[in-house]
Ligand binder design. Structure first.
Ligand SMILES: [Zn+2]
Ligand SMILES: [Zn+2]
Length: 348
């Protein structure tokens, strides 16, 4: 299937138009026309090969909302015209214990990334959602529930599930006390989702300047991490802290804020860390954990939850040819809170 999109051609050049082929439909494949695609920090890291696993040309994009245009003969869950979505992965072994538990993101053989991956059958490089069409096996296709605003839903597929999964794993609900570090694409979703689950939510920020934004997103309060007195008062005040800061930073200031058995979960790839004191870990049986995206079942649960509760990311819609400018702005955190590409703007 011929298609076209925008690709990075090397580590430094701006993204540019790219014509390429999607695979011929297999029995269990769904083909979709992409309507919207969110812009994730990982897209930029991959375009620049910051993590060392890129190939070129590479088409980024793993917050994909589309409409089914064709299905393979064995597809049972979707039909032409359905609104669907694809997130950060397009395949896994489907046979290991993790896949059987619905945690394909933790597949023993490794999940296949929507981009920067290799197709499990053909070995061909996968290409993401900055494109007109996508072909995916139906098990990795999500259903967009009726009532969910398609134009704002795309960031749920990465930013949303990446924060939803730890909230669910640590059983956050009414009475839970949740802290969120960082108020970008992931952080703003962590706040909205934790509030939606009924938790008491604080945003942790270095400066008080984010207070109005935090409260507007539904947080109960802002805790200023440079304010020593406020931080001392907040000792043992959280059950879960979701750390969404995408660059290297110290964890030490935050660990004493966890209650006994509390967890600080890192959801971004931040590379090697500075030394962290183990004293607060021991004295409070506290944990530092990591969490990557979430499983397919959990992602569907998130989409259904957001439709029911009318929880949506705050998006800024852009045209496909504005992507390079969007990358520049994203690097300066100049977006509230996620760019979404309107794929109708992508002309052949
Ligand atoms: Zn992402
Ligand atoms: Zn597996």
């Amino acid at each position: 299937m011929k298609t076209f999109g925008y690709a990075a051609y090397d580590t430094t050049s701006p993204l540019a138009p790219y014509a390429f082929e999607r695979r011929t439909l297999r029995g269990n494949d769904v083909a979709m026309e992409i309507i919207y695609c969110g812009v994730c920090h990982s897209d930029l890291h991959t375009a620049r090969n910051d993590w060392g696993w890129s190939y070129y040309p590479i088409v980024p994009g793993h917050e994909i909302v589309g409409r089914v245009i064709e299905v393979g003969p064995d597809v049972s869950r979707y039909k032409v015209g359905d609104h669907v979505a694809v997130g950060c992965m397009v395949d896994s072994c489907m046979e290991c214990d993790q896949c059987h538990r619905g945690e394909e993101q933790l597949c023993r053989q490794g999940m296949v990334g929507t981009y920067a991956g290799a197709d499990r059958i053909s070995g061909e490089p996968t290409q993401g959602g900055y494109a007109k069409h996508l072909v995916v096996r139906e098990e990795f296709c999500l259903r967009m529930p009726d009532g969910l605003d398609l134009s704002r839903a795309a960031p749920l597929l990465c930013a949303g599930i990446t924060t939803w999964s730890p909230l669910r794993h640590w059983n956050i609900g009414p009475g839970s006390r949740v802290g969120v570090i960082g108020l970008g694409g992931l952080g703003h979703m962590a706040v909205k989702l934790a509030v939606g689950l009924g938790a008491d939510v604080a945003v942790l920020s270095r400066s008080p300047g984010k207070r109005a934004d935090a409260l507007a997103l539904g947080a109960d309060r802002l805790l200023v991490s440079e304010d020593a007195e406020a931080m001392a008062q907040a000792a043992s005040a959280f059950d879960l802290i979701i750390d969404t800061v995408p660059v290297k930073h110290a964890l030490d200031p935050y660990l004493p804020l966890l209650d006994v058995d509390g967890t600080l979960v890192i959801v971004g790839q931040i590379g090697p860390m500075d030394e962290t004191s183990t004293v607060p870990l021991l004295l409070g049986r506290r944990r530092i954990a990591g969490s990557p995206i979430g499983g397919i079942r959990e992602t569907q649960e998130l989409l259904d939850f957001c439709a029911k509760k009318n929880i949506l990311p705050d998006c800024e819609m852009i045209r496909m040819d504005e992507i390079n400018h969007a990358f520049e702005r994203m690097e300066k955190s100049d977006v509230r809170y996620r760019f979404v590409i309107d794929m109708a703007s992508l002309a052949a």
